[in-house]
Design a protein around this ligand. Structure first.
Ligand code: SF4
Length: 198
């Protein structure tokens, strides 16, 4: 039986577990509908939305905190289903880059709305609350990254393109790629243009 007097820290982590469980269920349902495993579907979605340098087996392994062998198994399975192709990189012919086949693009389109239920639920809350939550989450994920729990967050706080600026609205951040200025609530996660800090 769970203790009833948990502190706020434990209750927040328990809430994360519950959200994560919902996410897993929705992903599992979407993947099952296409006769894929959840991780295969995540790889397809990643390949669909990533630039070339993030579509290599090593980069995918880092992104999902998996071993290259595990990624290779899933990639072979996706290839045998006709959903992805392996191509040589334009920059380095020895390097293999993954891309979606026509069938793969159709599958991604079919499952593209798997997060909609959660997005709609989030959308029902006022912006002030969402900004506070986003600020907390970006700090929390950044902290996990600093502790070595996450090997890749691809978020602004760990990005070489981000700089701190002091403008009329106080200390904020600026993206060197887009020029967008933002505070903690505007931090991007899983950004395709992220560049690890040197
Ligand atoms: S490139 Fe992406 S991760 Fe880096 S600062 Fe800009 S928005 Fe943030």
């Amino acid at each position: 039986m769970e203790r009833l007097d948990k502190g706020i820290d434990e209750r927040i982590v328990a809430a994360f577990e519950k959200v994560s469980q919902v996410s897993r269920i929705l992903l599992w349902e979407a993947a099952s509908a296409e006769k894929l495993s959840p991780i295969q579907l995540q790889f397809l979605l990643h390949i669909a939305g990533s630039p070339e340098e993030l579509r290599r087996v090593g980069a995918i392994a880092k992104e999902f905190d998996l071993t290259p062998a595990t990624v290779s198994d899933a990639v072979s399975s996706l290839e045998s289903k006709g959903l992805i192709d392996k191509e040589s990189s334009a920059e380095d012919r020895r390097s293999v880059v993954l891309s979606l086949t026509r069938e793969g693009r159709k599958t991604v389109q079919a499952v593209g709305k798997w997060k909609d239920t959660m997005i709609q639920a989030v959308g029902s809350f006022p912006d002030e609350q969402k900004n506070v939550v986003m600020g907390f989450l970006s700090g929390f994920i950044s902290s996990l990254f600093d502790r070595g729990v996450l090997s890749s967050a691809r978020m602004c706080m760990a990005c070489g393109n981000m700089r701190v600026v002091d403008d009329a609205r106080g200390m904020r951040y600026e993206c060197g790629i887009t020029g967008r200025r933002f505070d903690a609530a505007g931090v991007m996660m899983g950004c395709a243009d992220h560049s690890p800090r040197g």
